[in-house]
Design a protein around this ligand. Sequence first.
Ligand code: 5GP
Length: 192
Amino acid sequence: MNFLEERIQKDGIVKEGNVLKVDSFLNHQMDIELFKQMGEEWKKRFADANINKILTIEASGIGIACVASDYFKAPVVFAKKSKSINIEGDMYIAEVESFTHKCKNQVIVSKKFLGPDDHVLIIDDFLANGCALQGLISIIAQAGATVEGIGIAIEKGFQSGGRVIRNLGYRLESLAIVDSMDAETGQITFRQ
Ligand code: 5GP
């Protein structure tokens, strides 16, 4: 088991509805030493990629993206969730359905901060059905920028997102892939 799998095994809580709670080290209280290990690992895995920007989505992606930014020496842009319809022309807009909150949000990024010269690493905390990633990929496409790679902390391998994103040809590096989890027993199995 790697460092993140060990931590999930120790402190992760399996909830009903295929939700893994990692509030004590990732989603609410944040373990910055762990985030540094994650940033270092992504930097190793994307060592050959030419990355000049990191894109994430609020809120939980921001902390890990900021720490990763220290390893890539690239600024972080986060997509903002906005309930209102944004008709201004200075924003890229995508629709994202929230897995955990079961609602639809528009996510927006200012055109000032993403453009054709950008080579982007997407960072997020979880990958479930891939909706958040598809929204971020759409925003990068609207900007004429390039997706160099995608770094995910925890991929739930029993949901479809990882397969879909890999089949689209993206370079996806998940630090922990959960193959199964059981809310009754609390058991979590990782992909080898
Ligand atoms: P997707 O769009 O891939 O279906 O879901 C990804 C987003 O939903 C992530 O950004 C994350 O915030 C949230 N999410 C999905 N599954 C889980 C989960 O099991 N636990 C937590 N804490 N968040 C999740």
